[in-house]
Design a protein around this ligand. Sequence first.
Ligand SMILES: Nc1ncnc2c1ncn2[C@@H]1O[C@H](COP(=O)(O)OP(=O)(O)OP(=O)(O)O)[C@@H](O)[C@H]1O
Length: 119
Amino acid sequence: MKGKHRIGFSYACNGIKEVFKSEINFRLHIISTIIVISAGLLFQLSPIEWAFIFFCIGIVLVAELLNSAIEKAMDYIKPEIHPTAKVIKDISAGAVLIAAITAAIIGTIIFLPKISNYF
Ligand SMILES: Nc1ncnc2c1ncn2[C@@H]1O[C@H](COP(=O)(O)OP(=O)(O)OP(=O)(O)O)[C@@H](O)[C@H]1O
């Protein structure tokens, strides 16, 4: 049972590594995550603010991973141009956009007052 969990964890890490290597957007999200966590440490966020920030980081990374999985599945199943492939990929990209907009709004609500107080 323990071994099985370890194997499952390593498959998951392989998937994340694969997306990290192949998707520039995912790498940009990781860089943004590092910047946001550094800003959070600088501004000494409260526990509830950290909870919101980590929730946002999580939904953006999860959305990007699922989007990449859907893109790869579509490229495998339907490598040629097809209107349904386009709709599926566009919907999947839409999910990432909504996650990113949500994160940007929450980030602004948390950081904007702190940044204006700082200067
Ligand atoms: N097989 C296809 N048939 C029709 N349209 C497609 C197809 N593949 C991609 N597209 C269109 O091109 C857009 C970009 O698709 P692509 O697979 O290149 O992903 P991407 O947006 O470049 O993502 P990433 O940069 O994360 O790889 C899709 O959202 C869709 O509108």
